[in-house]
Design a protein around this ligand. Structure first.
Ligand code: COI
Length: 355
């Protein structure tokens, strides 16, 4: 992508900080936000001057298209602080390209690269004290784009807001995770926009996930919408299956989010000498493997979740528990990725980017 000229970001600082009101040892994911936000409007066919302002409510017309047609996309990123107080991002280029890919699919304008990176850097410098040190602590960054044109005609908006807000975070799943394998509902369909980080992809999961919650599962693993025979992804994570010594994950497609953590897991696992198969994987295959004690691990990967072991799964009323492993692939791979993110090990990939 061609870079625009470096942008001038107008900054209005918050008069006071809310930071002393926050209990950083007891954070519920995504519920507390830092002092500032980045905001940029799109109108008359171009992105306007971006600003950083105190975190505040938006005032919008009730007919804005985002409220009616869900024309909205987002990203999830994290910033980490190392022992020397330096702040790092993890593969931010991937998030930048993905938000524009998501936007394009939802007929929204792409956001300029310089605006994205300059805005993000200045915002993080301003709210740096919100990032706490130590594995598990991070600042969750939520860039998003919403359609703001007024009027309820069902057509793409001509006006948008690109916003970045940040929230201090600890683990996304604090407790144990068990998943239900979908046999009826679907997250996405071929030719749809499952690959995009579109707001509607998440809203559509809430109801089936709430049904799964009632049965004791924290998430659903979605299966292909045609046959429900193939495992695809979980609601907030891509999924990996360890059968014997092999790690298996399904290929990405237009139904599946191309996860940044997913591709990092694949690379790190291969470099650790683990055989990684990227191929369609059938539900019956993991059930067979579970019956033969060959299904050693299932884990999810995602920015919010990092790498999350899945302790059991359910399918059509039956339930399976997985063995508890001392030397799981999940923990070995997670330690390498965390080491890169928190600058405690060498980053031979060039994934760590200083703010
Ligand atoms: C992320 O991992 O950043 C996600 O998008 C998951 C989110 C829905 C909490």
């Amino acid at each position: 992508m061609e870079k625009d000229t470096v942008v001038n970001i107008k900054i209005e600082k918050a008069e006071t900080s809310k930071i002393n009101e926050v209990d950083f040892s007891n954070l519920s994911f995504g519920s507390v936000f830092t002092d500032h936000m980045f905001i940029c409007d799109f109108k008359n066919g171009s992105w306007q001057e971006p600003t950083i302002i105190p975190y505040q409510k938006l005032s919008m017309d009730p007919s804005a298209k985002v409220f009616h047609y869900g024309q909205a996309v987002f990203e999830g990123m994290k910033a980490y602080k190392d022992d020397q107080d330096e702040v790092w991002l993890f593969r931010p280029d991937e998030n930048f390209h993905r938000i524009n890919k998501s936007s394009a699919r939802l007929a929204m304008p792409e956001f300029p690269e310089e605006y994205f990176f300059d805005g993000l850097n200045q915002l993080l410098k301003l709210d740096k004290q919100w990032i706490k040190k130590g594995f598990g602590n991070s600042l969750y960054i939520r860039p998003f784009v919403i359609a703001t044109e007024t009027g309820v005609s069902a057509s793409p908006s001509t006006e948008y807001k690109f916003i970045i807000i940040c929230s201090p975070a600890q683990a996304y799943y604090a407790g144990e995770v068990r998943v239900k394998i979908a046999d009826h509902y679907s997250r996405s369909a071929s030719g749809g926009f499952g690959f995009a980080k579109a707001a509607g992809n998440y809203a559509g999961q809430f109801y089936p996930t709430s049904l799964a919650n009632k049965e004791g599962f924290q998430q659903v693993i979605w299966t292909d919408s045609n046959t429900h025979e193939y495992l695809e992804e979980a609601g907030t994570m891509n999924v990996f299956f360890r059968i014997g010594d092999k790690l298996i994950t399904c290929p990405t497609s237009d139904r599946i989010l191309d996860g940044v953590t997913r591709k990092s897991v694949i690379q790190v696992a291969k470099d650790l000498g683990i055989q990684v198969d990227i191929r369609p994987i059938k539900v019956v295959e993991i059930i067979e493997a579970a019956k033969n004690n060959q299904l050693k691990e299932i884990f999810g990967s995602g920015t919010a979740a990092v790498i999350n072991p899945i302790l059991g799964f359910g399918y059509k009323g039956d339930k399976w528990e997985l063995p508890k492993l001392e030397d799981s692939y999940a923990s070995t791979i997670k330690n390498t990725i965390l080491g890169i993110q928190y600058n405690t090990i060498e980053d031979k990939y060039g994934w760590r980017v200083k703010v």
